[in-house]
Every structure is written in structure tokens, then in C-alpha cells.
Design a protein around this ligand. Structure first.
Ligand SMILES: C[C@@]1(CC(=O)O)C2=NC(=C\c3[nH]c(c(CCC(=O)O)c3CC(=O)O)Cc3[nH]c(c(CC(=O)O)c3CCC(=O)O)/C=C3\N/C(=C\2)[C@@H](CCC(=O)O)[C@]3(C)CC(=O)O)/[C@H]1CCC(=O)O
Ligand SMILES: NC(=O)c1ccc[n+]([C@@H]2O[C@H](COP(=O)([O-])OP(=O)(O)OC[C@H]3O[C@@H](n4cnc5c(N)ncnc54)[C@H](O)[C@@H]3O)[C@@H](O)[C@H]2O)c1
Length: 230
């Protein structure tokens, strides 16, 4: 494995994307989904970025890159169509010890981006360590249809159960057994079938009273409506 996989918290962090073409726009979209504060520097910008700037979702500077653009940044992505400039951006980033992804220079990045299958808090990241982005995308497309809305609702429920158990006691070995019984005895399939009664019966059998779906996360149909509306 060439790279160390991590999950980065970019919430409210200043992330600078230099070059707002097709590639920059794709990377901005993911950063926004993860709650970053995004600044884009680009003389010309993809229509989607112009719209996001008009809606106040990003800051867009319609001009060329200056080194000072990195001031206060947590992370930067270089995605211009100018190879020399991309190299300069990577040098500036390394001097400032920044997290740095350069779209055409994997060797100058200290992180690269995976292809992502996502259903609310379920995130499956696929990387070929730069060997074949096209193949990472193909695997994403193959996996995507296997993970429906029930996975998002399932994780919301498991998270609520876990939070409630942890508030009572820290007992990882005991909790592991409970979680494995919920997982192994088909809670996910019951949610997929929208069988709230069946799911409640399983929750009560494994966890006892006080753990119904309504008590934990509200009604099942409401949860599916929220998930599918997103
Ligand atoms: C996963 C994804 C995430 C994202 O971008 O968000 C991503 N590339 C995606 C798509 C894609 N990129 C390219 C094609 C054309 C076909 C092809 O080349 O295969 C396609 C497919 C398409 O467009 O259909 C061209 C390309 N990519 C890189 C270079 C430069 C180079 O290799 O030197 C060149 C130009 C090569 C040339 O000059 O021809 C480099 C990188 N691209 C990476 C990520 C990192 C390694 C990921 C990995 O393999 O693990 C890495 C190293 C750096 C980085 O960008 O972080 C996203 C999938 C989105 C999805 O799921 O839909
Ligand atoms: N990593 C990947 O997934 C991937 C995929 C395809 C291509 N690429 C590479 O990514 C780069 C960008 O590809 P693209 O298709 O988005 O190109 P593009 O031509 O659509 O966009 C390039 C952007 O860079 C901006 N730019 C030019 N000079 C600039 C400057 N001085 N300061 C700031 N911005 C400047 C332009 O205004 C333009 O918006 C290319 O080098 C390409 O080879 C990477």
C-alpha cells in the first residue's frame, strides 16, 4: 500500500483550490459536501463555481494565483492547466507545510483523492494509488448500486444505539457482542424492507426496552424521507 488512508475533518477549515476548471470544480464539490470553507483562485471558472460564488457558498477570485493566496489555508488543491504553475504551487505548499494535492503531479502531493461511494455516513473510498483513476471510477460505479438509502438509516440507528450505550457505560467487549447481534440478525434487511415492527422486535430482543426506532431516531419513514431528500 503506497499511501496511508485517513479521514480528514475539514469542517470550517479554509481550503484553497487554484484552477477552477472541470477538475477543480469536481474537487470543490466534495470539499463543500464535507463542510470546508472554500476559496477558488482562477481567471476563468467552471459554470458550477460561478453559481456557487453567486450563492455565497464559495469565495471566487477571478485572477491568477499569488503565493499569499495560501495564507491561513489548511489544505490546498492545485488544478490549473499550467504544469509550471502547478509545480510552483506545490513548492509553496511544501514550504508552508500544507496539505497539498496537485492534479497533474501525484509525486508532488502529500495526499491524493479517492473515488467515493457515499450514503450519508457510509463512505467507501477507492484508490488505485494513482495507477488508474479510470479504474477507480469504474469500481465506484459498480459498487454504487449496492448501497441504497437503508445503509444511511442503518448507520444513523447504530450511531444512536452506540451513543446511548456509551452514555451508560464504557464496556467495549460487551457492546461489541450487542452490535454484532444487531448486524448478524438482519437489522439492515429489516430497514431495507421498512419493517419498523420487525426492527423494533430485534432491538428489544438484543438491547431491552428503551431502544425502539422511534425513541432512537424518530419514525422509520421520516428517516428514509430525510435520507432520500438529500
Ligand atoms: C478518483 C478521482 C477523485 C477526484 O478527482 O475527485 C481521481 N481522478 C478521478 C478521475 C479521473 N482522473 C483522470 C481521468 C482520465 C482517465 C485516467 O487517466 O485514468 C479520470 C476518469 C474520468 O475523468 O472519467 C485523469 C488524471 N488523474 C490524475 C492525472 C495526473 C497523473 O496521473 O499524473 C490525470 C491525467 C492523466 C493524463 O495526463 O492523461 C491523477 C489523479 N487522479 C486521482 C483521483 C488521484 C489518483 C486516484 C487513484 O487512482 O487512486 C490522482 C493521482 C491525484 C488526485 O487528483 O488526487 C476521480 C474519479 C471520480 C469519480 O469517481 O467519478
Ligand atoms: N487529478 C485528476 O483527476 C485529473 C483529471 C483530469 C485532468 N487532470 C489534470 O488537471 C489539470 C486541470 O484539468 P482541467 O480539465 O480542469 O483543465 P481546465 O483547462 O478545464 O481548467 C484549468 C483552469 O486553470 C485556471 N488557471 C489557468 N491559469 C491560472 C492561474 N495562473 N492561476 C489560477 N488558475 C489558473 C484556468 O482559468 C482554468 O479554469 C490539468 O493539468 C490536467 O492534466 C487531472
Amino acid at each position: 500500500m503506497r499511501y496511508y488512508p485517513v479521514m480528514l475533518d475539514v469542517t470550517d477549515k479554509k481550503c484553497v483550490v487554484i484552477g477552477g476548471g472541470a477538475v477543480g470544480a469536481r474537487k470543490v464539490k466534495t470539499l463543500l459536501e464535507c463542510g470546508a470553507r472554500v476559496t477558488v483562485i482562477s481567471p476563468q471558472a467552471h459554470d458550477s463555481l460561478v453559481d456557487l460564488a453567486a450563492q455565497g457558498e464559495i469565495i471566487l477570485h477571478a485572477r491568477g494565483y499569488k503565493s499569499a493566496d495560501l495564507d491561513g489555508a489548511f489544505l490546498l488543491i492545485g488544478a490549473t492547466d499550467d504544469a509550471d504553475l502547478n509545480e510552483k504551487i506545490s513548492r509553496d505548499a511544501h514550504q508552508n507545510n500544507l496539505l497539498c494535492n496537485i492534479a497533474d503531479r501525484p509525486g508532488d502531493c502529500n495526499f491524493i483523492l479517492p473515488s467515493i461511494v457515499n450514503q450519508k455516513d457510509l463512505v467507501i473510498a477507492i484508490s488505485t494509488c494513482g495507477q488508474s483513476p479510470a479504474f477507480a471510477k469504474k469500481i465506484r460505479q459498480d459498487l454504487q448500486c449496492m448501497f441504497g438509502a437503508e445503509y444511511g438509516v442503518f448507520l444513523e440507528l447504530m450511531g444512536a444505539v452506540r451513543k446511548k450505550l456509551l452514555a451508560q457505560s464504557h464496556a467495549p467487549e460487551e457492546h461489541k457482542g450487542l452490535f454484532n447481534r444487531l448486524i448478524g440478525n438482519g437489522l439492515l434487511d429489516l430497514l431495507a424492507a421498512r419493517d419498523e415492527g420487525g426492527a423494533d422486535a430485534l432491538l428489544e430482543q438484543v438491547l431491552g426496552a428503551g431502544y425502539s426506532i422511534r425513541e432512537l431516531v424518530g419514525g422509520l419513514n421520516d428517516r428514509f424521507e430525510c435520507t432520500e431528500a438529500e
